[in-house]
Design a protein around this ligand. Sequence first.
Ligand code: UDP
Length: 246
Amino acid sequence: MIVMKRVKLLGYEIDTFNFNSAVEHAQELMCNDKVNQVVTINPEMFTTASKDAEFSQLLKDAEMVIPDGIGVKIALKIMGENVDRIAGVDFAREMINRAAEKNMPVALIGAKSEILEKAVSNLQSEVKNLNIVYSHDGYFNNIDEIMNELKNQSPRLILVALGAPKQEKFIYAAKNILNPALMIGVGGSFDVWSGVVQRAPKIYQKMGLEWLYRTIKQPERFKRIFPALPLFMLKVLKYRIGGEKC
Ligand code: UDP
């Protein structure tokens, strides 16, 4: 049994595992009798939660909330908590390995169809015994059909790559419908696994500057980060200075 410590940030609880404990804990969730939601949280999601009641609620109900963005790590540091940042793409990839080791079926939902196909084929050749029982691209208007297929195939690991908050809402809706599974919102991970989008070089990852690399490569991401990131930091500082319980 992994001991989890949750800390509060702007009213939401964040799990403060290191990478290995996060994987171990998620593996326990993958084997229990519930649909479990993992959110890999970044500053933009706090902004979304402040405007979107459903998203705010699902963050509170999520079985695991792990700090993905460096912004969340810095915010927690401001609040006096030293936590490891866990890159969602690495975490999800390790969960695929674990599912394969345990012979647990896997499903992938999201991304453009050609990206999804490449990601599925790369994963199948990289991971021994991987059993992908269902995949569907992320540009659909047949959600009921997809839920039915997922229910019939009963994958134990379901990765959803629709971008936030769409993927988190998809998972939240699935909680009342599907058989037990671990469901993770994985953002642009399929793009990376397809080989079409490159990860930032290791030096950027180590320095917590992966966001900068992605923004340079895809300048349209700039408007997602600004003004959300500075506003998020200001809010955290206000909590800290005001001595409010965060
Ligand atoms: N996407 C999708 N359906 C949509 C919107 C987005 O499948 O309606 C996919 C998109 O193709 C990409 C992923 O969701 O593969 C989101 O990637 P993004 O880089 O925005 O996510 P991040 O990692 O920043 O959360």
